[in-house]
Design a protein around this ligand. Structure first.
Ligand code: MEV
Length: 443
């Protein structure tokens, strides 16, 4: 591999030139270029569309697309599409889905769909005067944004409110207009940002034109206008519940009651300790992100929001909670998920479109409930494994495939290895030794 140098004008090259240039850094440029092209889609129209999602694109990066069947959510059965590169996640979701499908399934409820945007500005003047002008400012901004909001209003959404936030105690002369929006089935980023930029223009105009503002008060500096990915009010709640005795024998050494108590203790630990909470919530996001990706939504936004929400009371904690009462076990997850089922990649990416069709073309609310259920399913399986047989037994079995692929085995060798390790400990060295023995004819 050659040392890389700063290069100007890469974006101006055509795709072939970008590939040639990238491949020229490899020892065998022809092989590197072939490899990049081997991942192209065989339909040139689809490939063009994929290329246009980002910039300087030269290939596609494939992730596994799997199905977790048997998800019963509010009485409806779903095959849930999941895009994830980590072994065990789809298996864990499927196991939990099957387990809970026999115990009433997942229950889910969208608490609210409100999204947030902020106009950040610097203004020097009498705060009370600005605050008392807010009803007029609000009306002007909403009216002047009509040309942007017409269609959204027809669909039942639009601007919900605009409030003034005085942040001048934190940063001198710093204020926000914090606006809330209902974007119905779209994630709504473009809509919100367009509204906010219009608010910026109109706020400046309002201050200039109104006589009650004088001197410096007539000007404000718009620092930025952007949606917030923290949407604590775009909240979904999902839960599972059963009689404790329905757990039967989750583990040879634990009664149903002991299992429920141990499970609760594991969740209490995640509530008390941020090191454990981070991993606990990561297990939830395994399921959520996989659905978010499969449906062409923005997983960075979802991740950012979920973790801020987990720290909303000033301390990072678990997103889930267990209630054990009167012989019943209830496990619930509350998480904000600003998802969309129209716009963005949802209809442009062929597999995102496929996923939504598979889910019966849900609205944003339904998709929030499905993604949340997948998150709770993954987390339930993880905590169940952790509190019973441990995570490594199942995990390493699934990981066996990754190790075998890494070593580079034939299909026959893979079959023999899977059979051999059905009752043995999987580790990289054990697998390597077994394959070596197999090749020498000793296994
Ligand atoms: C691994 O991807 C996720 C887990 O670590 C989650 C957990 O510990 O709860 C198994």
């Amino acid at each position: 591999m050659q040392k890389q140098q700063i290069r100007k004008g890469f974006s101006k090259l055509n795709k072939e030139q970008k590939i040639d240039l990238t491949a020229s850094y490899f020892e065998n440029p022809a092989k590197a270029a072939r490899e990049l092209k081997s991942f192209w889609h065989n339909d040139p129209d689809i490939q063009k569309r994929l290329d246009e999602f980002a910039e300087n694109t030269i290939s596609n990066f494939s992730f596994p697309y799997g199905i977790a069947p048997n998800f019963v959510i509010n009485g409806n059965m779903y095959l849930v599409p999941m895009v994830i590169e980590e072994s065990s996640v789809i298996a864990a979701a499927s196991n939990a889905a099957k387990f809970w499908s026999e115990r009433g399934g997942f229950h889910a409820k969208v608490v609210s769909m409100t999204k947030v945007g902020q106009l950040h500005f610097i203004w020097e003047g009498d705060t009370d005067k600005l605050r008392s002008s807010m009803p007029e400012i609000r009306e002007k901004l909403i009216t002047e944004a009509n040309h942007i909001t017409t269609n959204m209003r027809k669909r039942g959404g639009g601007i919900l409110d605009i409030e003034l936030i005085d942040m001048s105690d934190k940063i001198e002369n710093y204020y926000q207009l914090k606006a809330s929006f209902d974007t119905i089935d779209s994630m709504g980023a473009n809509f919100i940002n367009s509204c906010l930029e219009e608010f910026g223009l109109q706020l400046k105009r309002f201050l200039k034109e109104e006589k009650r503002f004088t001197g410096k008060e007539k000007n404000c500096e718009i620092v930025m206008a952007i949606l917030s990915n923290y949407t604590p009010e775009c909240l979904v709640r999902t839960w599972v519940e059963c009689d404790i005795e329905e757990f039967g024998e989750m583990d040879r050494d634990l009664s149903a009651q002991q299992f429920a108590e141990k499970f609760k203790m594991a969740v209490r630990i995640a509530q008390a300790d941020e090191y454990r909470a981070t991993t606990h919530n990561k297990g939830i996001m395994n399921g959520i992100d996989a659905v978010v990706l499969a449906t062409g939504n923005d997983f960075r936004a979802i991740e950012g929001c979920a973790h801020t929400y987990a720290a909303r009371n000033g301390k990072y904690t678990s997103l889930t909670n267990v209630i054990i009462e009167d012989g019943k076990f209830r496990y619930e997850l509350s998480v904000p998920l600003a998802l969309g089922t129209v716009g963005g990649l949802t209809s442009l990416h062929p597999l995102a479109k496929f996923s939504l069709e598979l889910l019966n073309n849900p609205g944003a609310e339904q998709l929030m409930m499905i993604a949340a259920a997948a998150g709770l399913a993954n987390n339930f399986s993880a905590v169940k494994s952790l509190t019973t047989k441990g995570i490594q037994v199942g995990h390493m079995k699934m990981h066996l495939y990754n190790i075998l692929n890494h070593i580079g085995v034939t299909n026959k060798e893979k079959e023999k290895a899977v059979d051999y390790f059905s009752d043995k400990k999987v580790s990289f060295n054990n697998v390597k030794e077994m394959v070596t023995r197999l090749r020498k004819g000793n296994s």
